[in-house]
Design a protein around this ligand. Structure first.
Ligand SMILES: NC(=O)c1ccc[n+]([C@@H]2O[C@H](COP(=O)([O-])OP(=O)(O)OC[C@H]3O[C@@H](n4cnc5c(N)ncnc54)[C@H](O)[C@@H]3O)[C@@H](O)[C@H]2O)c1
Length: 237
């Protein structure tokens, strides 16, 4: 299993969960020190985890990272395209750099990941989970991020259609608000306002997203592909 953006937040919780389930995990992040810490904690010493320095927006970085995983573990049966970032501002203030950085990491990154990892899955099959978001429906100040997360829906369904016959399943989870560094950056009053629209009236813990990702990667989800699973405390926007 490769989990991108696994140095912290949802990616870290996912790496931990998959390791608890006995899987060998490549902990990939552009924050290599953080990835190393997570890999150590979940079993690098026993060869059950590997830290990877990976920039998901960079094709060469993917090629090198995937080659290392194949070398170390003999193949790849799962990929979690989790790495993500925001650079919010209103449409009229958003710069080209804000647009490009967010599209590159959140949309081009998963596209590259699918393209480079799937050839290693086609003999035995495999599963991919992409991290979309409730923001895919549109979100104030997030024309870049919303577009990327909506784009991931199209990517997920297209790759699922194209590779179903190779027994590669591709799904997305679309979290609502999850208590991670990404959300800690949001001002308190806005965060409290969001809670009013969540029937469960609380944010998710990263482990509550990780458990759904683990299900989608598992054989329990063997007939599930091309789906976007909301994990959002009951929100229906
Ligand atoms: N937190 C939320 O409320 C929420 C809601 C919906 C969707 N999501 C999505 O879930 C995913 C994880 O979010 P999070 O809240 O854990 O974020 P986070 O900011 O806590 O962690 C993101 C991780 O991705 C890594 N990363 C960023 N750019 C990278 C790159 N180019 N290459 C490799 N790694 C990179 C960072 O170093 C970091 O470790 C993201 O795709 C995010 O958009 C989060």
């Amino acid at each position: 299993m490769i989990v991108t953006g696994a140095a912290q937040g949802i990616g870290k919780a996912t790496a931990q969960r998959l390791a608890e389930e006995g899987m060998i995990v490549a902990v990939a992040d552009r924050n290599f020190a953080g990835a190393e810490q997570v890999a150590q904690a979940i079993g690098a010493a026993n060869g059950r985890a590997l830290a990877l320095s990976l920039d998901v927006a960079n094709r060469e970085s993917w090629a090198e990272g995937v080659a290392r995983v194949v070398d170390a573990f003999g193949g790849i049966d799962g990929l979690v395209n989790n790495a993500g970032m925001t650079r919010d501002s209103s449409l009229l203030k958003m710069t080209d750099a804000d647009w490009e950085a967010v599209i590159d990491v959140n949309l081009r990154g998963p596209w590259l990941g699918c393209q480079i990892v799937i050839p290693h899955m086609t003999t035995k099959g495999g599963a991919i989970v992409n991290l979309s978001s409730e923001s895919r429906w549109g979100a104030f100040g997030q024309s870049n991020y919303s577009s990327a997360k909506a784009g991931l829906v199209g990517l997920t369904r297209t790759v699922a259609f194209e590779h179903a016959r190779h027994r590669v399943r591709v799904n997305a989870v679309a979290p609502g608000t999850v208590n991670t560094a990404m959300v800690e950056a949001v001002p308190d009053d806005i965060r409290k306002g969001w809670l009013r629209n969540i029937p469960m009236r609380r944010e998710a813990d990263p482990a509550e997203i990780a458990s759904v990702i683990a299900f989608l990667l598992s054989e329990d989800a063997s007939y599930v592909t091309g789906q976007i699973i909301g994990v959002n405390g009951g929100s229906i926007i």
